[in-house]
Design a protein around this ligand. Structure first.
Ligand SMILES: Nc1ncnc2c1ncn2[C@@H]1O[C@H](COP(=O)(O)OP(=O)(O)OP(=O)(O)O)[C@@H](O)[C@H]1O
Ligand SMILES: [Mg+2]
Length: 431
């Protein structure tokens, strides 16, 4: 290689980057001060030695390929710290940036021409540690930020869900309170109407008996004009009809009053406002009262078949479970287009009980099955469904440490099964 002028040599030594020149056999011919400082070897030490002797960790095959491409193609080759962070393993002596003990390097290979031929290859090593460290910091920060963003999104979703469920359960609680209020108001008057009907029946019977006795007495007295007058009166007021009709009227009124009493009781049972705490409850009672409350929605759509098994008393918040049953039964009725069947089954398995509501309705398409319990998922027209029923049901059942299962076939029907433990594990009871 042609000798360098002193000036050029001085400039090369001042450069804040490694400069090496090797011949095609990769023997070192030039080694600037930067190289000497970082590798702790003088130029005399390495002069004429093959590069791989000086840097035994250098990836030989890759390196030879790079040099060959520069020799043959007579063009630059470059490798950045991103692909190969530490090409040359420097023994030490370089200042350490933060926690970095190794220098990140950008390496450039360039051809050196003499008389038009490439005779040597120059190698430039730039210290990229500062950039690499900054990059790493940015990368870590970015990752932390995106992780925080995911966590925040998750929190927002949970918050939204909690808020929606709160809304729905407030709505249900308000309905429950309204129902309980109405029930309380009706309870008193229907109480005396019902008891008065009993007195009325007895008094009416006495009156009829008395009139009959009078008539017999008059007939026995042998006064024909009196008998005739009585007959005229009996005809005028249609006494025979009154006799027959009075007991029917009273029986019907009693039946009506009984029905009102039952509805009032159902409303009270359903709302359970006075008992919104954990209790041992008969789920069949809850199901029956719930069915009566929603009967109006169901009766035109479906025949309801009850297949109740033997159920022990279940530890639960009965008013909340009734909300679950109500939503399942109303959903079943809504799923039936014209007329169908709703079957309510109950049973006990191990230490769990189940309540299932099956319908012969439209069924649920597979793609909707995973979305059913999401708040606001509804396929019903505006005003008919809010899409909160199942999400609230889900959280109620979860609070009871139970689960809801769905089986459905489009066009054939759907079964929702609620599984509940008979007794709550300790920690949940105080919630
Ligand atoms: N038995 C069923 N058969 C068919 N589809 C059902 C059944 N039960 C629920 N679905 C589907 O799941 C959706 C969500 O039900 P969910 O009870 O959560 O809300 P909703 O009934 O639409 O409204 P609401 O808040 O008044 O209960 C319904 O819109 C319906 O598409
Ligand atoms: Mg619903």
């Amino acid at each position: 290689m042609a000798p360098l002028s002193d000036l050029l040599r001085a400039v090369i030594d001042e450069l804040n980057m490694g400069v090496m020149i090797v011949d095609p056999e990769l023997r070192l011919e030039l080694w600037n001060r930067f190289m000497a400082m970082h590798s702790c070897r003088t130029e005399e030490d390495v002069q004429g030695r093959v590069l791989f002797d000086v840097f035994p960790d250098l990836p030989e095959k890759w390196f030879r390929q790079k040099v060959r491409s520069v020799l043959e193609l007579q063009t630059l080759a470059f490798t950045s710290w991103v692909q190969r962070p530490h090409v040359f393993d420097f023994a030490g002596s370089r200042p350490i940036t933060g926690k970095q003990s190794k220098m990140y390097q950008d390496t450039t290979f360039f051809p050196i021409l003499e008389h038009g031929n490439v005779t040597h290859v120059g190698i430039l090593i730039a210290d990229a540690t500062e950039r690499a460290v900054q990059h790493q910091i940015m990368h870590d920060l970015n990752q932390r930020l995106s992780q925080e963003k995911v966590e925040q999104q998750h929190l927002i979703e949970k918050l939204e869900e909690a808020q929606n469920q709160l809304l729905q359960s407030e709505k249900m609680a308000a309905i429950g309170q309204l129902a309980a209020g109405v029930a309380h108001e009706i309870n008193n008057p229907i109480g005396y109407v019902y008891s008065n009907i009993g007195s009325l029946e007895r008094s009416a019977q006495d009156l009829l008996d008395m009139v009959r006795a009078w008539r017999e007495a008059v007939e026995a007295s042998g006064a024909p004009e009196l008998v005739e007058k009585l007959d005229d009166l009996a005809k005028k007021y249609d006494f025979d009809f009154i006799q027959e009709d009075l007991s029917d009227l009273i029986a019907e009124s009693r039946e009506g009053a009984e029905r009102v009493k039952r509805i009032v009781q159902d409303l009270k049972d359903f709302s359970h406002v006075d008992k919104a705490e954990w209790q041992l409850a008969d789920l069949h009672k809850g199901l029956d009262s719930t069915l009566n409350v929603v009967w109006n929605e169901v009766k035109y759509k479906a025949e309801v078949i009850k297949e109740y098994g033997n159920l022990p008393e279940v530890e639960c918040i009965a008013s909340q479970l009734n909300q679950v049953f109500m939503n399942l039964i109303v959903n079943a009725a809504h799923a039936i287009e014209e007329r169908g069947t709703i079957t309510i089954r109950t049973g006990c398995k191990g230490d769990e009980v189940f309540v299932s509501v099956s319908d012969t309705g439209c069924g649920i398409p597979e793609q909707n099955l995973t979305k059913l319990f999401e708040p606001f998922f509804t396929t019903k027209p505006v005003g008919k469904g809010t899409g909160l029923g199942l999400s609230l049901s889900y959280s109620i059942v979860q609070r009871h440490q139970g689960r809801i299962e769905v089986e459905s076939e489009v066009g054939r029907g759907t079964t929702f099964t609620v599984w509940l433990p008979i007794r709550q594990p300790e920690k949940q009871v105080d919630e």
